[in-house]
Design a protein around this ligand. Structure first.
Ligand SMILES: Cc1cc2nc3c(=O)[nH]c(=O)nc-3n(C[C@H](O)[C@H](O)[C@H](O)COP(=O)(O)OP(=O)(O)OC[C@H]3O[C@@H](n4cnc5c(N)ncnc54)[C@H](O)[C@@H]3O)c2cc1C
Length: 302
């Protein structure tokens, strides 16, 4: 039986969580150290069932991040690496570009700061557009005073990317155990594999090291692995039922053809949320949003 087989599984490194962070970390570690015996443990029946499969699907270009920060550096570098990887693996994406539009004088000033940031961050081919005429060469139905144009921003289905990372990992000899919800780490009393990892349904594996990449459950996994209690405020995208209504509307809405690329407002630093934005999706629909709202459940999509 599955439980008996897993009981005797021993690994050098176990990664808990099969979202994009866990899958990417496991894949990279295995590529750098092919001899490591590794596994990913994921509580769902497939990879990318949570944040990694519920996001806007944008390949960001690194415009907003503080110059010199690791986020800025990794985002700019990551965009290039993502396109290269998707070309190699034939994962579809679209470089639809992104327009950040200023509609009043206050936003024009903030847009200039963003432009400055983008240049410092070395965002490729970033351009400031002046006036409606220049804006409408890119987005014929968009109106604004000024806009920042990022031609390399793109859209993708991150579920496919995560699953491909999983395939790469398995091809390198890594193992993926789905339906394995970790609910405890114990001392195995085996000096070679000191961590005993247990699941809610009684499965067990042993490992030398554990890396937890639990997304919205990171705090729980951290506590299970011995940290003190973490108080965690989490913000999640709107319920899927509402989102479906928006999607259905936009799928039938003939005017969705009016939007060619990603259109965002200039962020207002007084608010944590972005404001109204259009995000084209790989299936041809257009999302209005998604926005972030307070949720009262970790995976409360309904
Ligand atoms: C509304 C929204 C829009 C976003 N838009 C974008 C975007 O356009 N572009 C972009 O780059 N990023 C975007 N992001 C961010 C991106 O989605 C996340 O940074 C990324 O998906 C996080 O991946 P993760 O692997 O950490 O988390 P997740 O994908 O949530 O993965 C965590 C995994 O751990 C598993 N897990 C948890 N606990 C256990 C356990 N006890 N045992 C076993 N498995 C467990 C879960 O089942 C899950 O599969 C967006 C995020 C949100 C919320």
């Amino acid at each position: 039986c599955n439980t008996c087989l897993l009981l005797f599984r021993e690994y050098d490194v176990v990664v808990v969580g099969g979202g994009i962070v866990g899958a990417a970390s496991a894949r990279e570690l295995k590529i750098r150290h092919p001899k490591l015996k590794m596994a990913i443990l994921e509580k769902e029946s497939e990879l990318a069932k949570h944040q990694s499969g519920h996001n806007s699907g944008v390949i960001h270009a690194g415009i907003y991040y503080k110059p010199g920060s690791l986020k800025a550096k990794l985002c700019v570098e990551g965009l290039q690496l993502m396109y290269k990887y998707c070309d190699q693996k034939k994962i579809p994406y679209k470089k639809v570009g992104k327009l950040i539009v200023a509609t009043n004088e206050v936003e024009v000033k903030r847009l200039a700061d963003l432009h400055d940031r983008a240049i410092q961050n070395k965002v490729p081919d970033i351009k400031l557009l002046n006036g409606v005429e220049e804006i409408q060469k890119i987005e014929p139905y968009c109106v604004g005073l000024q806009a920042l144009w990022s031609p390399h921003t793109g859209i993708i289905d991150y579920t496919l990317v995560t699953k491909q990372y999983g395939i790469d990992f398995k091809e390198q000899g890594g193992e993926i155990h789905l339906n394995f919800e970790v609910n405890g780490f114990e001392n195995s009393k085996d000096n070679n594999y000191p961590v005993l990892i247990k699941s809610t349904d009684g499965q067990q594996v042993k490992s030398k090291y554990v890396l937890t990449c639990g997304g919205l459950h990171s705090d729980k996994l951290a506590e299970l692995s011995g940290t003190s209690k973490i108080i965690y405020l989490f913000i999640w995208n709107p319920p899927e039922s509402d989102l479906d209504v928006i999607l259905a509307f936009f799928k039938r809405w003939k005017k969705r053809q009016l939007i060619k690329g990603i259109i965002y407002p200039v962020p207002d630093p007084r608010f944590p949320f972005l404001g109204v934005h259009f995000t084209p999706r790989m299936d041809g629909s257009v999302w209005l949003g998604p926005n972030a709202v307070l949720a009262f459940k970790r995976e409360g999509y309904t």
